[in-house]
Design a protein around this ligand. Structure first.
Ligand code: NAD
Length: 309
């Protein structure tokens, strides 16, 4: 029996998780926003005499994400007041609360091992009827829940939102090999009618459709820039405003996505393709890896191809 979605839980409060929670809140859906418990106190927390056991510290990542949502422009929230529909928390203390929601969306770092471990934990508290999905950019839906039980797998699928979720209409739905077709059609209709998305149902192939094509295009453009000596500004000028895409030029897009996430997404296709020419395209150029090493991972850190001033 499918539970109509009234309450949701978003796990991972980074670039996408926080913005997805905001989109759900805008659609009138109450949601939990959960992240990890920080391993260390900040200076400010230590000065206030807080300990790692204090709820303000334990929920810090999700709380900060909600604060960010209120400040970010263009606004991820339809109204600041809708932020009250989002309850911040952490995975250690709030895991049992996942039994009380109708839809659990995983939006953590793009790594198969991390996602697999998380789905194992979620399954431990999950109740049949609750839909579970991943916002992965392209990791195999079947692989992520390979060790989970059949009933859990029946309720599991990919729901791939695009960045920023408030403005990007596209949403890919990716059924796994054993996802219940009724759940696929329920989510198709729910995401279109309630969330205002334009749904494309994709097969469980590496990076699905949009990121397979999109990642290819971004990497070829980056290589061309390096080989031909184009500047970042030149490439963005001809791949952005001149094409009627004011905000989605090549390097601005990479900064928005996060270079760390992009490197994982490229590696996902690289690892799953046998053709040499394809492998060459999907191996991230050194400059990208170096930028990630330096922590220049894009807007979320204030520095990527562009610097936030
Ligand atoms: P991010 O790095 O901004 O955020 C990831 C968040 O997950 C962090 O807050 C981190 O603390 C948390 N996290 C890490 N491990 C965790 C765990 N085990 N349990 C709970 N929380 C954990 O990443 P992002 O850009 O938001 O990407 C998240 C997912 O969405 C990835 O699968 C990514 O491929 C996908 N995605 C990203 C974009 C994009 O443009 N950035 C677009 C579509 C899909």
């Amino acid at each position: 029996m499918i539970q109509p979605i009234q309450r949701a839980a978003v796990i991972g409060s980074g670039v996408m998780g926080a913005a997805i929670a905001a989109h759900l809140a805008g659609a009138g859906i109450r949601c939990l926003l959960l992240d990890l418990v920080p391993a260390q106190l900040t200076e400010a927390e230590a000065q206030k005499g807080l300990t790692l056991e204090h709820p303000a510290v334990r929920n810090r990542l999700a709380v900060n994400a909600i604060t960010r949502l209120k400040k970010t422009k263009p606004a991820p929230l339809y109204s600041e007041a809708f932020a009250e529909r989002i309850t911040p928390g952490n995975l250690e203390d709030d895991l049992p609360k996942l039994a009380d929601v109708d839809w659990i969306i995983e939006v953590v770092v793009e790594r198969l091992d991390v996602k697999q471990e998380l789905f194992g934990r979620i399954e431990g508290v999950w109740k049949p009827g609750t839909i579970v999905s991943s916002n992965t950019s392209g990791i195999s839906i079947n692989d992520m829940v390979a060790s989970c039980g059949e009933e859990f797998k029946r309720h599991f699928l990919g729901t791939h939102f695009f960045n920023p979720p408030r403005y990007m209409k596209l949403l890919e739905i990716i059924p796994g090999a054993t996802t219940d077709p009724e759940i696929v059609s329920y989510m198709h209709e729910f995401c279109e009618r309630r969330l205002g998305k334009g749904v494309v149902v994709a097969k469980d192939t590496p990076n699905f459709i949009a990121n397979r094509i999109g990642t290819y295009g971004l990497l070829v453009t980056l290589r061309n820039m390096l080989e031909m000596g184009y500047t970042i500004e030149e490439v963005d000028a001809v791949t952005g405003p001149a094409l009627g895409r004011p905000k989605s030029a090549t390097f601005r897009t990479l900064d928005l996505v996060g270079l760390d996430t992009f490197v994982h997404v490229a590696a996902n296709v690289h690892g799953q393709t046998a053709a040499t020419a394809e492998k060459d395209v999907f191996s991230a150029p050194d400059v990208l890896n170096r930028m990630v090493e330096l922590g220049w991972i894009g807007e979320k850190q204030g520095q990527g191809f562009y610097k936030k001033v």
